[in-house]
Design a protein around this ligand. Structure first.
Ligand SMILES: [Zn+2]
Length: 250
């Protein structure tokens, strides 16, 4: 009797063992897939940093295309709008992380800009030991309509349909209202000087530096636009703003 019971038990156990082996096999596959994916992401981020052309080879078609709404180099100012009134980028993602504070809790950027921002914020953190503070990023057409309804000058706040924030490629860093207020704060001045020297390496450009006659807006040391490494470095090396470059090359 005992033997039969043991045999039965053994049979059940052996079946159970097979199930356990199968489950363990699938779990290890999932584990390997997770490790592989995180490795791929790391390689992608490193490649973007060191060799952007290789990864975003398709971007060649888009680079210097100032007209297509979804182009990384789409140009907008208060005279040049998007083609589609309510254009929404397709790959928006949330931006808070270990190195970025999101004051609005739900700020989003396009994936390309977000990867570059995270990369920049990490290096910024290594220097200052503070997180980069984002106060505004992607703003939809409707959101911009709301901002304008509370009255904000056209020289400081773009009209809806004409805002660089609608590209999903622009961020405002650190809360201030005017250029003078921003630059009078010693920590913000330090951060700005670091950005001026380094942001282009990650593809970011300070869009409004040269006032109304050139940029059509007041100077905004807090406003940074992702333009991809190639164009951002060209603007940095030639000391041009995006607007200057656009009107020469359009
Ligand atoms: Zn802005």
């Amino acid at each position: 009797m005992k033997k039969i019971f043991k045999k039965k038990l053994f049979r059940v156990n052996s079946k159970l063992r097979i199930y356990i082996y199968i489950i363990a096999f699938f779990l290890s596959l999932v584990f390997i897939a997770i490790i592989y994916q995180s490795h791929k992401n790391r390689v992608l981020i490193n490649n973007i940093k060191h060799n952007p052309i290789q990864v975003y080879y398709k971007i060649d078609d888009l680079l210097y295309d100032f007209l297509t709404d979804s182009s990384i180099t789409k140009f907008v100012n208060n005279k040049t709008s998007f083609n589609k009134l309510a254009y929404i980028p397709s790959n928006l993602e949330y931006i808070s992380s270990d190195y970025v504070t999101d004051s609005k809790w739900n700020s989003r950027l396009r994936e390309e800009a977000n990867i570059a921002l995270q990369d920049m914020a990490k290096d910024f953190y290594d220097v200052f030991w503070v997180k980069m503070q984002v106060v505004s990023a992607y703003r939809s057409y409707d959101y911009q309509v709301g901002i304008k309804s509370r009255w904000c000058s056209d020289l400081l706040c773009a009209k809806a349909w004409f805002s660089e924030h609608q590209t999903g490629l622009a961020v405002d860093l650190w809360e201030t209202t005017t250029k003078d207020e921003f630059l009078s704060k010693s920590n913000l001045l330090k951060y700005f000087n670091w950005m001026k020297k380094n942001a282009y390496k990650y593809g970011f450009h300070n869009t409004y530096q040269k006032w109304l006659s050139i940029d059509w807006y007041l100077v905004e040391p807090w406003h940074w636009r992702y333009l991809w490494f190639d164009l951002a470095s060209e603007l940095h090396n030639t000391n041009k703003t995006f607007a200057e470059y656009y009107y020469i090359n359009k």
